[in-house]
Design a protein around this ligand. Structure first.
Ligand SMILES: [Zn+2]
Length: 111
């Protein structure tokens, strides 16, 4: 269902559709492993089955940057953080962020 038209060209429209799909989707619950986690509000996710609440991405349950920070925390707890490992993770975060950024809309050719 189209509620309103997204202006700005095909790239913006594509990005909008992708976000809407991620927002409406059901995700697998990390607590009870049923596919019933749904978005409650911005960054808040709730399992309809066991009632667990999770903090996550604004439009999807987990984001690339969020997953990386979780890994970083896990390594920190284990005390296995080396300088090389942190540098490797920083490079990965940078890569994930550039991939996540939507492309600039195409310039209108008629103007
Ligand atoms: Zn659950």
């Amino acid at each position: 269902m189209v509620r309103f038209h997204v202006r700005g060209g095909p790239n913006l429209r594509k990005a909008y559709t992708k976000i809407q799909k991620a927002k409406k989707a059901r995700y697998i619950c990390p607590a009870c492993s049923k596919k019933s986690v749904r978005r409650e509000s911005v960054g808040m996710w709730k399992c309809r089955s066991c009632g667990s609440k999770f903090a996550g991405g604004a439009y999807e349950l987990s984001t690339p940057t969020g997953r990386l920070s979780q890994r970083l925390l896990l390594e920190l707890k284990k005390g296995a953080l080396s300088k090389e490992y942190i540098e490797k993770l920083e490079a990965e975060i940078e890569k994930a962020e550039t991939e996540a950024e939507p492309q600039a809309p195409e310039q209108a050719k008629s103007e």
